[in-house]
Ligand binder design. Sequence first.
Ligand code: FAD
Ligand code: FES
Ligand code: FES
Length: 1348
Amino acid sequence: MPSHETGKEKVTMTSLVKCPMCSMSHLPLKGNLDRGTYACTCENCGHFFKFQAVGDLKSSITLTINGQSYNIGNEYNPATSLLEYMRQAGISRGTKGCCFEGGCGVCLVTVKFLDPLTNKPRLYTINSCCLQLYTCDGLEITTIEGLGDTRDGLHPVQDRLAKFDGAQCGFCTPGQVMNMYGLLQNNPKPTMQEVEDSFDSTICRCTGYRSILDAMKSFAVDAPPTLTKKGGVIDIEELDGKMCKKTGKACIGHCGSHVKNGEAVSCENSVPRPLHIVYDQAQWFKPLTLAELTPLLKQYAGQSYRLIFGNTGFGVYGEVGPWNYSILIDIRGVQQLYTVDLTPSDHITFGANVSLTALKEAFESTTDPGLPYAKAFATHLGLVASNSIRNLSSWSGNLALKNLHNDFASDVYTILETVGTQLTIVDGDGVSKQYSLVDFLSVDLKGKVIVSMTLPKYNSSDVIIRTSKTSHRLQLCHAHVTSGYNFQVDANNNYLVKSKPSIVIQGINGQLVHAVQTEAFLVNKNLADPAVLQNALTVLSGEIVPDSGTVLASPTYRKSLAIGQFYKFALGVCQNKCSARFASGGLDLVRPIMTGTQDLGTTDPSVYPVTESMMKVTAYNLTTGEVRFVADQSPRQGQLYAAPVLSTQGNAKIQSIDASLALQIPGVVKFIQAKDIPGRNFWRPRGLEAPNLIKDLLSSGQVQYAGQPIGILVAEDEVTAQSSRYGVQVTYTDIKPALTDIEQAIQQKSFIGRAGPAVRGNATAAMAAAPHRVSGTVRCSDQYNFHLENQAALCVPTDTDGMYVMATTQWLDPVIQAVSHALGMSESKITVETQRIGGGFGGKGSYNAPVAGMCAVAAYLTKRPVLMNLDLHTNMQFQGKRTLFVFEYEVGFDDDGKLIAIIATTYADLGAQDSSSSDEHTTAFIDNVYTCPNWSYTVQLVRTNKPVSTAVRAPGTAPAIFGMECMIDHVATYLKKDHLAVRKLNFMKDGDMTLGRMLIENCLISDLVAQLETDIGIASRIQAVNDFNKNNRWKKRGFHVMPNKYAMGWSGRKYATSLFVNHGDGSVHLCHGGIDMGQGINTKAIQCAAYKLGIPVSLIEVKPTSTIVNTNADVSAGSTTTDIVCLSILKCCEDLLERMAPSKAKLKNPTWQDIVNQSYRDLVDLRAHYQPQIRDKYSSHYVCWGACAVEVEIDVLTGQYQILQVDYLNDTGTSLNPELDMGQLEGGFIMGCGLFLLESMKFDPVTGQPLTDGTWEYKPPLGKDLPIKFNAKFMRNVPNPSGVLGSKIVGEVPVSNGACVLFALKRAVEAARAEQNNTDWFPFHAPATVESIQTLCLNDLSQYTFGS
Ligand SMILES: Cc1cc2nc3c(=O)[nH]c(=O)nc-3n(C[C@H](O)[C@H](O)[C@H](O)COP(=O)(O)OP(=O)(O)OC[C@H]3O[C@@H](n4cnc5c(N)ncnc54)[C@H](O)[C@@H]3O)c2cc1C
Ligand code: FES
Ligand code: FES
C-alpha cells in the first residue's frame, strides 16, 4: 500500500480526518506527532498518511520538579507514575516507594492543581505513586529535595521534625515532611486539630507518631508552650524551601529564573494543552474540552480504554491500573468538568473533576440552610481514604468504581445517594442523560463520561440527614458498613416520619442500596415510638442479607452493625425522647486533640553526653531525605533489575515452568530457575541446616506455601521486571488444599515436635488439689513486620570474580552465606555492607538472605549489577509473619486468686517449616511477673502451608506475656475480684526463679506498680469509669493496669566492635556489628565513645556495617545489640586510652589532638577492637520492669473505640539517651497496639495465598489509633547494676503492653455484657477488632429501645 502525504490538511486533537485512499473518517489511531506532522495509518484500509497538526496538540510534556524543567516525549510507558519516573531518572530518591497503591504514604510530594472552588492553582500533597507522569504536563512538583538540605539550610518542617525525634529509621520521614509542607502552604497558621486531621496519609512503623505529631503541632497557632519550645508558628517567608538562585530570596515559584540546559523556564503553571503520546503498547490522550473528549470515547468505546483523573482507583481494584489499558484518556484538562455551582435555589452542582478534597471543603465552608447535610458530608468525606488521596482523586472516579463493582462499600456513593443525587452522563455522541444513582449502577459506562452531579437543596427545616461509617481502622480505611439516613420528621409529633425516608446501606451485598421495606414501613410512623422502633428494626433485620467473603468481616457482624447504625441514628434524632442512659448511644465518639507528657527520668550531667537527651546524629540527614537506602543508590552502569516469581499454590508440586511469554516482553533479559543456580540451591546459614527446613532459594519441586520463590525475572528496568514475571506460566500437579488455619492444623495434628514441658513442682497433683480451677483457649494472631522499606539487595560483580552486596538486612552473616552457597563462591570473595535499614522489626533478620541470594545469582549469571527491590505485595506474600500462637491452659488457684498450678500448652504456628527449631523462647517469658509454684508448660510446634514465621519485634515475648495475662485475667474474672489485686498477689520478688530459670534480683515490679497507682490516682479513675458505665447504656468504658517484665537475654551474640583514631585531625570512627534501623544505636555508641574519650560527639562517626570489618556479626535483634555495642565501645576506649597513656604522660595539659599526635609519633596503634564475652551466671543479665494503665471507651453498637488515656511507667535504668529511649517506648507500645488491636493475616482457604497482602486490607496503626492522652514516664533513681553505665534496654519491652489496651477493652465489653446480666468469662483473642468488640457485647435487638 503506497503511502500518501497531503501535508495540507490540518488536524486538531479531535477533528475527524478523512483517509485520502478510502475516505473513511476517523481519529488518527496509532499515529505519531513529530514536529507538527501527524502520521497515522488508516484503520479501514491500512493506508499510511500524514497531516499537519494545528493548534497546541503536543507529543511531549513539560513538568517542573523543584524548579527544574523536564521535557519528556514518548520514552516512558503511559502507565508510568510520577514516582517511578522521578526515581528512575534520579530526580528524587528522597521520595520513597513501598506499596505503590496509595496506602502507605511514603511517596508524598506536592503539586499545583487547579482548585475548582477558587479557580486558581493551589498546592496539594499527593501520592506520587498514583499520579501518572503524563498527567503532569505543565505542573509544578516539589519533592523533599526541593525543601532544604543540610548544606544550604533546612526547611523549618525538616528542622522541627528532627528536633522532636520524629525520624527513627527515616523511611517514612520525607512523606511526613511533605504532608506538613503541603498543609502549611495552604494554611500557614493551622490549628492543632487541623494538623492532627491531616496526618492520615503516611504510615510510620517506628515512632508511634507522637513525636511526629508534636513536631507538626508545634507550628499550630494554638500550640501550648510545651510544644513551641523548639519553635512555633513560622513566617510566611519561611514556608518556601530552597532559596532562589536569582533573587537570593525564598523561591515563590514564578520568577522564571530556573534554568535547565541553558534554557530559562518558567515554573508558572503553563496553559493546559491537548496531548497525544504514542508508545509501543499504549496511547495517552489529553483532551481539553468535552467536544474533544467525546469523539475519543466514541472511537475507543469498544477497546480497552480508561479515563484517568487521580488514578487512585487501582489502589482499590487492580484491574483499573493504567498498565491494563492501551488507551488512556486524561480528563484533568477538561475544564467543563470542574464546574461548581452552589447558587441555584433548589440544587447544587459539582463537575466530575471536583476532587474529594474540594467537595469536602465546599461542604465545610457553606452556610446555606438549604444544605442541612453539608456538615455531615464534610465529616464523612474526612473519613474517605487519606488527605493526600482525597487531594488527588475525584468523586466521579469513586462512583465509576462503584459502577464496575456494585459490592464496593463506597462512602461517596452512600452519602450522595442519601440525598438522591442525580448524575449527568454524556456519551460519545455528546448526548447527555440524567441518572439516579440507583439506575447508574446498571449503566454501561463504556464510551461515556460522568460530567456532573446535582444534589438537592431543602427548603424545610424538618429534614434530618446523617451518615455513618464503621471501619477496621479509623483513618485511611474502607468501611465494613456505611449508611446514610434522610428523614423528614415532625419533632413535635413524636418524630412523625412525614414522607418516605431514605435509608442507604452499603457493605452488605452488591444489590442492597436502600432498605426499601424499612423505608416503606416508617412512612407516617412515629420514630420515637418504641414499638415503631422495634418493628422497624425487625423489618430492617429481615431485609439485610449479607454476603460472605474471605476478607470481609463476618456477615453476622455486618448485619448487626447495619442495624446498630440505624438504631444509633434513631437515638441521635430522638435525643429528647431517650432516657439519660440511652441518649449517649446516639452520639459518635468524640476525639479531642491528643495530649500527653514525657517524663525522661534521671540523667547524670557528670557523665554527659551519656544520659544526655540528644537527637539522632543523622536526624537532619533523615528529615531532608538525603540518606540513601539500598534502592535509592544511583544505578551502576549496566544495572539490571530482578524480581522473584512466586508460587500461587500453597501445597503442590511444580509440573512445568514456561517463561517463553515473559521472555518476549521488551526489556526482559533473563529468566532464572533452580537448575540455573551456579552453586547450591540453598540459603540458610550454616548451622541452620536442619533436615526438611525450607532452604531452597528457588523451589524446584514441592511448593510448601503460596509465595515461595520459584524463579527470578531479570529486566532492564524495575517495572518490567516486576510486571513481566506474571508472564511466567507455572503448572502444578498434586495440588492439595493449603493448610493455613491453626485450629484445623491442631485438629489434624500437623505437629513437628514440641518444646518442654518445662516443669516446676508437681502441676498435676497441685491442680487436682486446688480449690478453684479455670481453663480456656486464647489466640494471639500473626503480625506482619511492616518495615516501610521492603526487602532489597544490590549485587555488583567485582573485577576479581567476587561479589559486592549491599543488603537491607539486620544480619550480614546469613546474607554472605546465602550468596556464598548460591554462587559456590568463598565468603572471602564476597563483601556485604549495610549502612542503615528502613525498619526491620525482625523481618530482615533472616529473610533478606534469600533476597540477596537470588539477586546475586542474577548478577552472577548476567555479569551485570542487579537490584532486587521487592514491592509490598511480594514482600508480604514471600516472607513469614509473627508466629501465631494459641494458648490452651488450666489454672488452679485459691480463694484469693493466688496461683497454685498452671498446666499450659502453647501451639505455635511456624508455617511451612518441617523442623522443630524454634519455640521463640516463650518459656522464658510465659510467667510474666508472676510466680506460680507448680508449672507444666509445653510448646507444641505446628506446621501449616504459610511462609515460615519470622521474628517480629518482641517475638515470643509479647504473645507469651499476653497468654499469661489471659490466664490471670480468667482467674480474677472467675473470682469476681479486682484484676490488679489478683495480679499483685502473685507478683514476683527477689530470689524467685522464673520458669525459664532466671533468678530474680532487684525486682521492681511491686514498687513500680505502686508508684503508677499513686501517679494516676487509681481509685478515683476507677470510680469515674464505674460511674460512666452506670450512666451510659450504649457507651462503656474500661480501665485496666498491666505489669510486664522483659528479661534481657544476651547469650553470647557477637557484635565485634572497632574504634579508629585518625591522627590527622583526631577524629574517630567506629565500626560495629550492629545495624542502624532507627533505634539510635549509632548515636548511643558515639555518646559512649565521646564520654569515655572525653571528646565532643561531633568528632565521631559510625561507618557502615560491613563484612570487611564486622565478619561473623550476629543479628541485630532482641534489643540487645545497642547494649553490647556500647559495652564494646567502652572497652575499646579503655584499651586505647591505656595504650595512649604513656604518650599523654609526656605532655602538659594536652588536648585530645596533642595526645593523638604524640601517640602517633610513639607508634601507638590508634585502633582498638573488642569482642564481648559471656560473663554471667545465667542467660539473662537483667530484667526491665514496666506497667501501664489504660482507659478506653467503646461504642457498644458499632464496636468502635477510643483509647482515652495511657499512663506508662517504665524501668529504663539510667537511660543512655532518654529522648531516644522515649521514642522506642512509644513506638514499641504502638506496634503492640497494632498486634493486639488491628493486625492479622487472612489466607485463601484453598490455595493458601495471603489475602491481606497490601495496604487495602492490612492496617497497621495510624495517628488516630493513638491514646488521646499518653503519659509516658521513666522510673527515677533506679540505675541498673548490670547494665551499661546503669542503663537498660527499651526497644522490645513496651510491645507486650499493647495488650493492656485489649484488656481495658475487655473490661468495657464486660460492662456491656453485664447490662444483660452476663458476667461469664469469655476469650478475647488478639487482635481485638471493632468486629470482635461489638460481637462480644452480645447486642440484642430487643434492648434497642429509648430506655425507660
Ligand atoms: C488508599 C485508598 C483508600 C481509599 N479509601 C476509600 C474509602 O475509605 N472510602 C471510599 O469510598 N473510597 C475509598 N477509596 C477509593 C477512592 O475514593 C477512589 O479511588 C477515587 O475516588 C477514584 O478517583 P480517581 O479520580 O482517582 O479515579 P481514577 O483512578 O482516575 O479512575 C477510576 C475509575 O473511574 C473511571 N472514571 C474516572 N473519572 C470518570 C468520569 N468522569 N466518568 C466516568 N468514568 C470515570 C476510570 O475510567 C476508572 O475506571 C480509596 C482509595 C485508595 C487508593
Ligand atoms: S508508595 Fe505511594 S502510597 Fe505507598
Ligand atoms: S521513622 Fe517512620 S517508618 Fe521508620
